[in-house]
Design a protein. Structure first.
Length: 596
C-alpha cells in the first residue's frame, strides 16, 4: 500500500489524523476494512495532503457501533469533499462581506497565494461560506432556549419589500441575543403564510414574552393565533408616519403650489448666472474656465517693469500720514462687484430652496420651504432699508407675493406639524421619569382630546386631528407595551437599518441595482446572518461545523437557488435549458390524462 507522500508527491505537508476513542460512548475505536480517506487541501500558506484510516466503535451496544467515525482533526482542516481549507473560505467571506469586495477583487487577492479560479470563488462563497455561517449560528440554540426559560424571547419581525412581484424576505431576530430565529421568503403576506412562518418557533416550546413588528394586516391575527396571550408591540415611527399621512399630503400640495408661484414671479431672476459663455458654468480640463486673477482688462496698460517701479518710488513725494484716496472709478467697480456677488448668492439660495424634499413625519418640505423663503424675504427687507437695489426689490416683491398665496395653508400645516412633534415627545422616554404603559396611554389620549377640541372650528385641522385620533385608537393595543416589558424597544428601526446596510453592501459589490435585487432574492436569507467579529473568530466558527449539518444546509441553498435556474437573459443558455426540459419531458411515460 502506498504512503500518503507517494499518493501526493506535489504537496508540501502530509498529515495523518487519527481518532482513538468513540465520541458517543468513549469506547476504543478499531480500524475498519474500508479504504482510507485521502484528500489534498489548499490553505492560504501551503498545500497539504491529508489521510486517515476510518474506524468504528468496538462496543456492540453503542449506537455508532457500525458507523464509520472520521477524525475530528481531519474535519477541522477543510469541509468534507472540499479541496480548500476553512481559512480560504473564511477569507472569501471576510473580503466579500466586511471589505465589500467584488468577486473579481477577491479572486485577485487569492490568486497570488493559491491556485483558484473566479468561478471557484463564487462557488465557495455561496455553497460553503453561507451554509457554514448558518450552521455556526445554529449552534447557539442552547443560549436561545436559556433566554426563553429565564425571561422569555423578544422577537423582532420585519420584511424587505419585494421587487417585481417576487417573494418577500422576512427575518425574525431575538432582540436580547440578536440570534436569527427564522430568515426566509414568503410568497404571500397573509395570515396563513405568517402562521406557517412562525409555527416552528412555537412548536419548539420556546416561551415568547413579546413580539415587535409593524402593523401588517395579516401579521396581527397570525401572532395572536401562534402565540396566544403574547404582547404584540407596534413600531412607534410607523405609527407617527401613519398619523402624518394627510398632513404630509397637504404639505406636498402646498410645496408644489409655492414652488410654481415663485418660479412665475422671480423665475427669470433666480436663473440668471454669471457664466463664461451663455449656458456654460465652471469648466475644467485642458481648456479650463479662466479664474479671476488670470483675467486682464483689454483697456488697461501693461504693468510697469521692475526698473520702472524703482524709479517711481525714488521720484515719488515723501510718505505722509494722509494716504491718497483710491480713484473713484476703482471704488465704484469694487462696490458694484461685491453687490453683484451678494445678489447672486441670494438667488442661488432661493433656487436651492425650491428643490427641498420631505421625509415624513417630521421633515415636511412645504413647511421648511415656506419658512426658509420667509427668512430670505426678511433678510432682503433689512438690506433694502440700508441700500436700495432694483434686483433685491424685485426678488423680495416676488417672494412676498408667492408666500401670501399659501399663508393660510401654512398656518394650518404648522399647527398640525407641531401636533406631530408633541405626540412624538409624549411617546419618548429620554429625559423623563419611568412611566407605565397605562400612564403613557392616558397622556396620549388626553392630548388627542385637546387637539380635537382645538380644531373644532377649522375643517382642515379637524380632518388632521381626526386622523390622529383614529390611528391612535387603531394602534392602541400594541403602542404601549414597550413601557412595561424590559428590553423591548419602541421601534423596529434596527431591522430596517439592517436591510438598508444589506442593500448598500450588495450594491457596492455588484455596482448594479438589478443585480442587488437578484442577490437578495437568491441568497438574502443567508446574507443577513450575523458574522463573527474578527477574521480569526470566523475561521474558528466555520471549522467547528459538523459535516452532516453542513450537508443539510447546502441542500437548503441548492433547493432555493434551483427556483432561479431559468432566470437568465443569455439566449444561448436559455435555449439549452429549455431543450433540456423538453428532452426530460419526452423521456417521461405518456400521460393518461385528458388531452389539452
Amino acid at each position: 500500500m502506498r504512503t500518503p507522500k507517494e499518493l501526493y508527491p506535489q504537496v508540501s505537508k502530509v498529515y495523518t489524523c487519527e481518532l482513538e476513542l468513540c465520541p458517543k460512548c468513549g469506547s476504543p475505536l478499531v480500524s475498519c476494512d474500508y479504504q482510507s480517506g485521502r484528500k489534498t487541501v489548499q490553505t492560504m500558506s501551503f498545500v497539504m495532503g491529508i489521510a486517515y484510516r476510518p474506524k468504528h466503535c468496538v462496543n456492540p451496544n453503542c449506537d455508532d457501533h457500525l458507523k464509520v467515525v472520521r477524525s475530528a482533526e481531519w474535519l477541522h482542516i477543510a469541509p468534507l469533499h472540499c479541496t480548500y481549507g476553512y481559512d480560504v473560505i473564511a477569507t472569501i467571506g471576510w473580503q466579500r462581506q466586511t471589505q465589500r469586495q467584488c468577486f473579481v477583487d477577491v479572486f485577485d487577492y487569492l490568486a497570488s497565494r493559491i491556485k483558484i479560479s473566479e468561478s471557484q470563488v463564487r462557488y465557495l462563497y455561496y455553497q460553503q461560506y453561507h451554509p457554514l455561517l448558518a450552521c455556526h449560528e445554529r449552534k447557539h440554540f442552547a443560549r436561545l432556549r436559556q433566554v426563553s426559560e429565564q425571561s422569555g424571547l423578544l422577537l423582532s419581525l420585519d420584511g424587505l419589500a419585494p421587487e417585481g412581484g417576487e417573494p418577500q424576505l422576512w427575518v425574525v431576530r431575538e432582540l436580547r441575543t440578536t440570534l436569527t430565529v427564522r430568515s426566509g421568503w414568503l410568497s404571500r403576506q397573509d395570515q396563513t403564510a405568517f402562521e406557517r412562518f412562525l409555527e416552528p418557533i412555537a412548536e419548539l416550546g420556546l416561551q415568547v414574552a413579546a413580539v415587535l413588528s409593524d402593523k401588517q394586516r395579516g401579521l396581527l391575527p397570525a401572532v395572536q393565533t401562534v402565540f396566544p396571550g403574547v404582547r404584540h408591540s407596534f413600531c412607534h415611527p410607523h405609527y407617527l408616519k401613519n398619523i402624518a399621512e394627510p398632513i404630509a399630503a397637504a404639505d406636498q400640495e402646498m410645496k408644489v403650489t409655492l414652488r410654481k408661484a415663485v418660479r412665475q414671479t422671480v423665475g427669470d431672476l433666480i436663473r440668471a448666472e454669471q457664466v463664461e459663455n451663455k449656458g456654460v458654468l465652471t469648466v475644467t480640463g485642458l481648456i479650463p474656465t479662466p479664474i479671476a486673477d488670470e483675467k486682464t482688462d483689454e483697456t488697461s496698460q501693461p504693468s510697469p517693469t521692475e526698473q520702472e517701479q524703482v524709479v517711481e518710488v525714488c521720484s515719488s513725494p515723501p510718505v505722509t500720514d494722509e494716504q491718497p484716496a483710491e480713484p473713484e472709478a476703482t471704488q465704484t467697480d469694487s462696490t458694484e462687484g461685491e453687490r453683484y456677488e451678494i445678489v447672486e448668492a441670494l438667488q442661488r439660495r432661493v433656487r436651492y430652496l425650491l428643490t427641498l424634499k420631505g421625509r415624513p413625519p417630521f421633515r415636511l418640505a412645504g413647511l421648511e420651504m415656506y419658512e426658509r423663503l420667509t427668512e430670505v424675504s426678511d433678510c432682503l427687507g433689512t438690506m433694502l432699508a440700508h441700500a436700495p437695489d432694483e434686483r433685491l426689490a424685485q426678488l423680495q416683491h416676488g417672494l412676498d407675493q408667492s408666500l401670501s398665496e399659501v399663508t393660510p395653508t401654512y398656518k394650518d400645516l404648522r399647527q398640525a406639524g407641531d401636533w406631530l412633534v408633541d405626540v412624538s415627545n409624549l411617546l419618548d422616554t429620554e429625559g423623563k421619569p419611568v412611566r407605565t404603559g397605562a400612564q403613557v396611554r392616558e397622556e396620549l389620549f388626553r392630548y388627542v382630546d385637546e387637539i380635537l377640541e382645538q380644531s373644532r372650528e377649522n375643517p382642515a385641522l379637524c380632518a388632521f386631528a381626526s386622523k390622529i385620533e383614529r390611528t391612535s385608537r387603531s394602534y392602541e393595543k400594541g403602542l404601549f407595551h414597550t413601557y412595561d416589558v424590559e428590553g423591548l424597544p419602541p421601534s423596529n428601526n434596527e431591522r430596517e437599518s439592517e436591510f438598508r446596510d444589506l442593500n448598500r453592501r450588495l450594491l457596492r459589490t455588484t455596482g448594479q441595482k438589478g443585480a442587488t435585487r437578484r442577490l437578495i432574492q437568491r441568497s438574502g436569507a443567508w446574507e443577513v446572518i450575523p458574522r463573527p467579529g474578527t477574521f480569526a473568530e470566523t475561521i474558528a466558527a466555520l471549522s467547528g461545523v459538523k459535516a452532516e449539518d453542513l450537508h443539510k444546509e447546502r441542500e437548503r441553498v441548492r433547493t432555493h437557488r434551483e427556483r432561479f435556474r431559468l432566470h437568465t437573459r443569455s439566449a444561448k443558455q436559455s435555449r439549452k435549458q429549455l431543450q433540456g426540459l423538453v428532452d426530460q419531458w419526452l423521456h417521461l411515460p405518456p400521460s393518461n390524462g385528458p388531452p389539452v
